[in-house]
Each structure stands twice: as structure tokens, then as C-alpha cells.
Design a protein around this ligand. Structure first.
Ligand code: NAP
Ligand code: GFB
Length: 322
């Protein structure tokens, strides 16, 4: 086997969600899988990863050499405000089970997913990878944020004690086909796409929650997928890496509304319900570290990605998560 390429068996947890489907598209449709690689995409029907025995069984079955760990209880601001404790309990259970099982099954590399919403709320800008633990996260999603931060704690301790080189990526707000378009539980972009689709269909007003002054950076799921495959193959640090468009691409929620209205050619009234929370007003993240590795990576233009996502929902309305 000397010099021969060892087979790579990649297990993608959360493989049937927004990011998992994008990675499957990139690996299968864009031919980014390589000779001797096996990719397996699992969802909660294959194993409830909050359950230790089911987690062990799925590792026993697939014997992965690499893991992209996406599985999580995920949702937008308003779902967090309602179910903060559940976000902590479920995600810390999933993360500990998957990471511990990876170590016990001698997985060479795990790439886990954190989020830019886990950074300290009181901070200087732009935020970078060194700042994760420098203070409490925004209270709107503290349960989720602490569960995600523990992944970084696990990775560093597992390197220290066993020499494992497990790492994590820190995406900003993600959107794209196969998103969760739930109006109550979804993130802002898919929720507003769903609302605009219905407002146009029913001739009603589009209701935006909050003032629209919140600032966000958005990454198209397919762009993130390409970056996740690169991280799996080429990125060798234990320290996390932010995967986001640049600070200069930060936009207001109102800008997002305007882009969706344009994509659907919606001409009805747009109402801002300022009785609803804005959540974090900003969480501007630097993609300087990513740019040092990949100075020429090109992100899909925002309006193009929004249009593609709106068209996907319109064409798949019956089967979409909503
Ligand atoms: P998603 O579409 O909700 O996918 C999450 C996946 O996790 C789902 O496919 C779900 O499986 C699976 N899952 C949930 N609970 C599970 C359990 N107990 N056992 C096994 N699988 C379980 O979310 P996503 O947006 O793709 O998120 C992927 C990763 O990116 C997550 O770690 C998330 O925290 C992170 N992230 C997301 C965003 C964003 O804006 N979306 C931003 C930053 C970071 P089923 O569908 O089969 O039930
Ligand atoms: O994506 P989102 O729900 O969560 O965005 P975060 C919330 C922002 O969008 C707030 C505004 O400023 C809301 O006032 N907004 C306007 C809406 N209309 C709507 C709407 O119809 N639905 C929603 N959901 N928001 C998330 C974290 O924070 O960041 C997640 O909660 C995840 O865990 C994600 O990490 C990346 O961007 O505030």
C-alpha cells in the first residue's frame, strides 16, 4: 500500500438538509468526487444522533475515514427565541456523540459546522476566528451558540490528548435550494422567500418581521459546499475557519427584502412589523483567513443566488420543507 492512495469513505451527517444537499450536488453533479472516494449522506431517518447507540451503529455500518458533520437542530431567530434550551441539549448531544464516535472509529478527519452567530455579542468588528470564546453570545441563540462552541473545545482537547486533527468551519447565514422555508422556524431569507411567494399568489401584503435594519452576510449553499469539500481535502488546521462573503458584502434585511421582491416581481405592499425582534443587529465577520488560502475563490452573485432559490421554491413548492 506504500504510496498507494488510501480509499476515502466520507460520511456526511445532516446530509439531507440545505448544506448536505448542496455538498451532494457539488460532489455528484460537479464531479468533485475523486477516484477511490465513497460519499454517504445520512439524515435523521438513518440514525438519531442524539442517541449514542444509534450513532455507534451508523459508524459501525459505514466505517468512515472522514466525516463532514452538519447534523444539528437548526432554525432562525424566532425558533431560537422559543426553544433555546432544546437547541442546547440536542446539539450538544449530537456533537459529543459524533465526535466521540469518530475518535473511537479512528476517523482521520472531521469537519464540523459552527456559525457566525456564536461569536461574542459585545465585540469589536470585524469578528475573526480568534474571538469565539471572548465573551457570551447574543442571548437570542445562546443555547445553540454554546453547543457549537463546545465543538471547538472538543477539537482542541482531542488534538492535545490523542493528536486528532479534527477541525470546524464557521459559515455565515446560508441559503439555497432544499432550505427550510418554514415561516415560523426558518432563517430570514427562506422565510421571506416563502412569504413573498404566498403574498404574490394570494394578492396579500408581504410582512417583514423587525425593522429591517439588521445587518447580515449571506453565503449561497453551493458556494459553501465547494468550500467544505476544499476544507475536507486541503485545510489542515485544528483552528476554525470562517466561510463567508467579505465584510463589504454585508447587507441590511431591507436589502434582502428588495432582492426577493425583485426576484418574484412582487408589486404588493411590504409591511415591517417592528413589534418583532431584530435579534443581533450585526455580526460582521472577516473572511480574511479564507482569502489568505483562496484569494481567487468566486462567490455566486447574491441576486443570482436569490433568484435561483426563489425559482427552486416555486418549482418544488409541494415537496419543500415549509
Ligand atoms: P438543515 O437543513 O436543518 O439540516 C440539518 C440536518 O441535520 C437535517 O438534514 C437533519 O436531518 C439533521 N438532523 C437534525 N437533527 C438530527 C438528529 N437528531 N439526528 C440525525 N440528524 C439530525 O440545516 P443546514 O442549514 O443544512 O445546517 C447544516 C449545518 O450548518 C448545521 O450544523 C448548522 O448549525 C450550520 N449552519 C447553518 C446556517 C444556516 O443559515 N442555515 C448558518 C451557519 C451554520 P433530517 O432532515 O433527515 O431530519
Ligand atoms: O436568519 P435569522 O432568522 O437569524 O434572521 P439570525 C433574523 C433577522 O431577520 C432579524 C429579520 O433581524 C429579523 O428581524 N427578519 C425579518 C426575519 N423578517 C423575518 C422573517 O420572516 N423570518 C426571520 N427568521 N427573520 C441566526 C441564528 O441568527 O443566524 C441561527 O439564529 C444561525 O442559529 C444563523 O446561526 C446563521 O441571522 O438573527
Amino acid at each position: 500500500m506504500e504510496g498507494e492512495k488510501k480509499p476515502m469513505r466520507v460520511l456526511v451527517t445532516g446530509g439531507r438538509g440545505l448544506v448536505g444537499k448542496a455538498i451532494e450536488h457539488v460532489v455528484k453533479q460537479e464531479g468533485r468526487s475523486r477516484e477511490g472516494e465513497e460519499w454517504t449522506f445520512i439524515g435523521s431517518k438513518d440514525a438519531d444522533l442524539t442517541n449514542w447507540a444509534e450513532t455507534r451503529a451508523i459508524f459501525e455500518k459505514h466505517q468512515p475515514t472522514h466525516v463532514i458533520h452538519l447534523a444539528a437542530m437548526v432554525g432562525g431567530l424566532f425558533m431560537h427565541l422559543r426553544r433555546n434550551l432544546e437547541f442546547w441539549r440536542k446539539n450538544q448531544a449530537i456533537n459529543d456523540n459524533v465526535l466521540q464516535m469518530a475518535h473511537e472509529f479512528d476517523v482521520v478527519k472531521v469537519v464540523s459546522c459552527l456559525s457566525t452567530c456564536i461569536f461574542p455579542d459585545k465585540t469589536t468588528y470585524p469578528i475573526d476566528e480568534t474571538m469565539i470564546h471572548n465573551g457570551p453570545p447574543h442571548e437570542s441563540n445562546s443555547g445553540y451558540a454554546y453547543a457549537k462552541r463546545m465543538v471547538d473545545v472538543y477539537n482542541r482537547a482531542c488534538f492535545q490528548q490523542y493528536g486528532r486533527r479534527y477541525t470546524s468551519v464557521i459559515p455565515t447565514n446560508i441559503f439555497g435550494p432544499h432550505d427550510n422555508f418554514s415561516i415560523e422556524d426558518g432563517h430570514v431569507l427562506p422565510a421571506l422567500i416563502h412569504k413573498t411567494y404566498k403574498a404574490k399568489r394570494d394578492g396579500t401584503a408581504l410582512e417583514v418581521w423587525g425593522s429591517g435594519r439588521g445587518l447580515r452576510q449571506f453565503i449561497f449553499s453551493v458556494d459553501l459546499a465547494r468550500l467544505c469539500v476544499w476544507v475536507l481535502r486541503e485545510y489542515d488546521e485544528i483552528e476554525p475557519i470562517i466561510l463567508s462573503v467579505g465584510e463589504e458584502d454585508e447587507m441590511s434585511i431591507k436589502d434582502v427584502v428588495d432582492a426577493i421582491v425583485k426576484a418574484f416581481d412582487f408589486t404588493g405592499p411590504v409591511i415591517y412589523d417592528t413589534s418583532k425582534s431584530d435579534g443581533q443587529m450585526k455580526k460582521t465577520a472577516s473572511n480574511g483567513k479564507l482569502r489568505r488560502y483562496l484569494p481567487n475563490f468566486t462567490f455566486t452573485p447574491f441576486h443570482t443566488a436569490v433568484k435561483e432559490t426563489c425559482d427552486w421554491l416555486a418549482a418544488n413548492y409541494d415537496i419543500a420543507r415549509k
